[in-house]
Design a protein around this ligand. Sequence first.
Ligand code: ATP
Ligand code: MG
Ligand code: MG
Length: 531
Amino acid sequence: KNGGKKEAHKASFEIDLPGAEIGKVVTRFPPEPSGYLHIGHAKAAILNEYFAHAYKGKLIIRFDDTNPTKEKVEFQDSIIEDLALLGVKGDKVTYSSDYFNEMYDLAIKLIKDGKAYCDDTPLEKMREERMVGDKSARRDRTVEENLKVFTEDMKNGTEEGLKNCLRAKIDYTALNKALRDPVIYRCNLTPHHRTGSEWKMYPTYDFCVPIVDSIEGVTHSLRTNEYRDRNPQYEWFLKELNLRHVNIWDFGRINFVRTLLSKRKLQWFVDKNYVGNWDDPRFPTIRGVRRRGMTIEGLRNFIMAQGPSKNIINLDWSVIWALNKKVIDPVAPRFVAVDANNAVPVKLLNGPKEPTTEQKPKHKKNADVGTKPVIFADQVLIDQADAEGLTENEEITFMDWGNVIITKVVKEGEIVKSIEANLHLEGDFRKTTKKITWVADTKDKVTVELVDFDHLITKDKLEEGDNFEDFITPQTEFHTQAIADLNVRDLKAGEVIQFERKGYYVVDQPFQEGKGAVLFTIPDGKAVAKY
Ligand code: ATP
Ligand code: MG
Ligand code: MG
């Protein structure tokens, strides 16, 4: 069916990094510890790792921790764990905050060279001036004045310091607005999670990244291409500060339909209790998609299939889930569950007087998955949906058992209340059209809660100016009760299974006596929104 599509597995990008030499490439993945990693970060991390490996070079994991207002140790720890989960191992872990002294000295150098100035223009006015290309009233401050404001007022976070920021003196009329004297330092009195209250001002992203990339020996700085306008600025800093050249290499961000990939917005969903936490199965975080049943192999195959595409794409989730299905289908053990709502009792008149147990393969096409006990009894349960079409004298097949001839169907209106039937094991299962699943109605059966989810927002692609809070899906969690075979008792959290004829599930809460088990539906890339 998808013959034309590129096969995802083990794809290599067949792309060269400009100026890359075997053994000398250094890349870096620079997450800000201001949230949990999401699937977009996974792309960046895996790409950086890919190139580091492909050129037998090194990968640096760098915490870009220059904004204490948003950053926390909790996020930092989770990022380390999630990278390990993704199988991305850096050759070293560093922190932008390790270089606060160097950046401070370099800022002073810029001031002394007349290439930076302190500006206390009110925020709104400064924004306006940058928009229209006006000169700041403070642009011609003397070096002495700038040094005093920066190294005394701003450094100590005084009242005067707080009014100021430090700006690079590039070109306030530049067509590229990123060059209109960008802010490179601003005060923040919030204690930093690593340096405490040692610093009262912090470098901005724009100033920090080129400096740290250069100091750390990065040869190729992979950046998502929404930063393309800022590339000349990056290069300006390297040149003016006499720092080693770094190659910038752009790649496209990934986005998904009806999905937010901004840590700030995801934090909002957590704060408003729309989701349980950052590992919520509705979240596009690594933890969220894992909890929903995404395998690391499926995720990596997906990223590799995307390659380093420069297009900013709005992907449908079905693509990644279809790849995941290819990973889980050959190995997920198969069990049986029937919908608890109006499950139909079937009395097998000639069935076994006492329940008997037999070992059956857990996976019909893969013996390596092992075997499982199946209980056969003269009372079984089937799905209402399967029972509805059945008529007396009809011959059908009970999967993993044999043929059955229906002798009586008791209905109340359209609802089937009970069925009687005779086992007809000599019958040929190839001649029946209905092959249905069943669960022995013995004390061993297990109640399970099946949970399915919808996207958190209702609009495929939020446009500039849309407020995401106006597009919240009212209901995103759907629960159904089912009755499953005894094997579900032994499943552990995180195990991925198939319920035959229903789909794939991941165990979220294992079975507990009196509480049942909770399983989440794993999208298989086919199901279109049911709600
Ligand atoms: P957010 O807006 O959610 O805070 P960010 O881009 O600021 O995200 P960082 O922690 O600074 O998050 O990002 C670390 C790396 O991940 C950066 O190189 C960034 O470009 C990359 N990245 C973030 N989101 C995506 C995405 N959707 N697709 C590809 N790469 C991404
Ligand atoms: Mg960022
Ligand atoms: Mg961002």
